[in-house]
Design a protein around this ligand. Sequence first.
Ligand SMILES: *Cc1c(COP(=O)(O)O)cnc(C)c1O
Length: 350
Amino acid sequence: MKPWEKNIRQVEPYVPGEQPKNGNVVKLNTNENPYPPAPGVEKARLAFSDDSLRLYPDPAASSLTDVLAEYYGLDSDQVFVGVGSDDVLAMAFLTFFNSELPVLFPDITYSFYSVWADLYRIPYERPALDENFRIVKEDYYRPNGGIIFPNPNAPTSLVEPLSFIRDILDHNQESVVIVDEAYIDFGGESAVSLLKEYENLLVVQTFSKSRSMAGMRIGYAMGNSSLIRALNDVKYSYNSYTMNRPSLVMGVEAVKDDAYFRETIQKIIKTREEAKSRLADLGFTCLDSASNFLFATHKRVPAKQIFTELKEEGIFVRYFNSARIDNYLRITVGTPEEMEKLYQALARYQ
Ligand SMILES: *Cc1c(COP(=O)(O)O)cnc(C)c1O
């Protein structure tokens, strides 16, 4: 070992889903939206002038926080934006989880949470989901240094009602509770409506899934203005200019076109509901997804085998080789045409 090597931070990084270089694949592995962003986004992209890239962007990203605040009926100082919700969540871990007590999140959930906790040396515990892959809310009724879970949860796809979130908040007035709503637009009720009542609640959303802009990297947090101020203080201690100019301009355009947003979501929901019955016919059991992906296990054929064989045919889905879920596939809802190719490939396992 070189002397300086002992000072290198040892981390086990998050492993994102594969982004195949070959474009000619059916890509159902990272929960991207199969439809393009709103037409206004493309127009804004084309109208973007090179000269404006010479200048730094607005460090407060006010154009985007303002339009989001208006959309959700909040004040501008209740919204924080970042480079995808991964950036927002990482910043939230750094800002809010500074207790000696463990942060709590489910054993089966977005696998980035434990990575950030390890990176920032935050203690954590992971209460197990029940045998139906549901979060057990009573597990969160104990002293803790913070709580975070996605709703709908990933990769299970299951959503909990607002009453469930409220129960967790009612039992946790002393730590920050973060609800990661990456998939809320595809089913379920946003906890944004609870912000008026709970000043320790932070709701995080993203443009990557329901707004078709994973490539642009925009995420946001909504909460009490004192939480948002704390996030900004950390951001300005780290990197003042997280949001580049094109992201700000195109993000605003995406929020403005609510009709397109709703229409796209409805298409995905329709395809998802069809997929539930088609996959059932093909021998799969799917959890009752409220998101833009399905969590499915086959009655006979191991998930890993299906994953590998689909990949050989250019159909990418996600497989997690970890306890309790290693016989499941996470399948993003694509276009009806993409799904048809999937069903055809799966027919041989019937
Ligand atoms: C996709 C996802 C995110 C991160 O998305 P960004 O692209 O970084 O906005 C966060 N949480 C969950 C649960 C996700 O599935």
